[in-house]
Design a protein around this ligand. Structure first.
Ligand code: AKG
Ligand code: FE2
Length: 337
């Protein structure tokens, strides 16, 4: 379903019949202005790796990006190895709702399954949420034609040699605006954008840390919340007593009820020493209308690109939001779900 030949077919199907004028090209995803019969102006990001073109925000939304964040970030660093910057919120009321509904409606999502081997036993894991990912590690970039080239030399990178297991996707304009704003607000650089959609309280992410070996040593990760409020839990990793080293001071777990528009930057020693999770919600809290999480990260090497696509796009079918049934629908070849 996600092979390049298949995508081209879908892309062709989705190509609008309206008049198209090229207006800009950046970040490897070409951007066209499409004028519909009603003379509504819609811009899209196109790329051969996308299952369908991804629209840009209407001007009424994107014009607000220059005034973000709408509050000052508050440092939370009162415990050992903890370094957070909490924007409560980063995106103001109403704008967060428009962004949530737009991204849920317009992005391709996946329900990734993969195998893990523990103690010689292979287990099939089903990711308990919808995921999608865009970006390319520091060794490469997309040129203006959307091709992957070496970041230093600008020479074409051979996909069959260097990115054998994935088709990297440029960050579409609708997410790139937020990435640029986040870089300005935090002083950090990001080349990857991961998106989670938690359709209900049954979707979750278990305790983990994002200190993957393909990131920088003390990675900064910016994490946005949109839609339903969900608890973000953090706890210190178990401390292994080390003979003559100073004992780590006692720490207590943290619960942040992340609301729509909030952003939390995790930086410094946080990923190396703390775990985080979004637990399931049950009972009357389960049908919460859905939540989107966006994280921006910086992958340094090609293995990072391969890893992120493997776990967030995978090889399964594409899902797209269906506004009439108000749920994610499997996308079939004609795009009608
Ligand atoms: O949904 C969230 O707030 C957390 C997501 C997360 O931890 C991750 O994608 O690594
Ligand atoms: Fe995480």
């Amino acid at each position: 379903m996600s092979g390049p030949a298949r995508k081209r077919t879908l892309d062709t199907f989705f190509k609008p019949t309206s008049k198209r004028t090229r207006v800009s090209e950046d970040n490897g995803g070409s951007s066209d202005l499409e004028i519909s019969s009603e003379d509504h102006k819609l811009e899209f990001t196109h790329h051969s790796s996308y299952p369908f073109p991804i629209p840009c925000f209407p001007y009424s939304v994107s014009a607000n990006f220059t005034s973000l964040p709408c509050t000052v970030g508050k440092a939370i660093n009162d415990q050992a190895d903890l370094d957070l910057l909490y924007f409560q919120p980063y995106i103001p009321k109403n704008l967060e709702r428009q962004i949530f509904e737009f991204l849920r409606r317009e992005l391709p999502f996946y329900r990734v399954e993969y195998k893990i081997k523990r103690g010689g036993v292979e287990t099939q894991i089903r990711t308990p949420r919808y995921t999608t990912v865009f970006g390319l590690d520091e060794t490469s970039r997309f040129n203006e034609d959307g091709e992957i080239v070496d970041a230093k030399t600008g020479k074409e990178v051979k996909r069959d040699k260097d990115y054998t297991r994935c088709s990297p996707r440029p960050i579409p304009k609708c997410l790139d605006g937020l990435r640029i704003s986040t870089e300005a607000a935090t002083g950090c650089r990001f080349n990857f954008c991961l998106v989670n959609y938690y359709a209900s309280g049954s979707d979750s992410i278990s305790y983990h840390s994002d200190d993957e070996r393909f990131l920088e040593p003390e990675p900064a990760i910016a994490s946005f919340s949109l839609g339903a409020k969900r608890d973000f839990l953090m706890k210190h990793k178990p401390v292994i007593p080390n003979g003559n080293a100073e004992p780590t001071p006692e720490t207590k777990p943290i619960k942040l009820p992340l609301a729509s528009g909030d952003m939390i930057l995790m930086r410094g020693k946080t990923q190396g020493n703390w775990l985080h999770s979004i637990p399931k919600r049950t009972g009357k809290n389960a049908e919460d209308g859905g939540r989107i999480n966006i994280t921006f990260r910086k992958a340094m090497v090609k293995a990072g690109t391969e890893n992120y696509y493997h776990y967030n796009v995978g090889t399964g079918p594409v899902y797209k939001w269906d506004n009439s049934s108000r749920e994610m629908k499997l996308l079939t070849f004609d795009g009608r779900g």
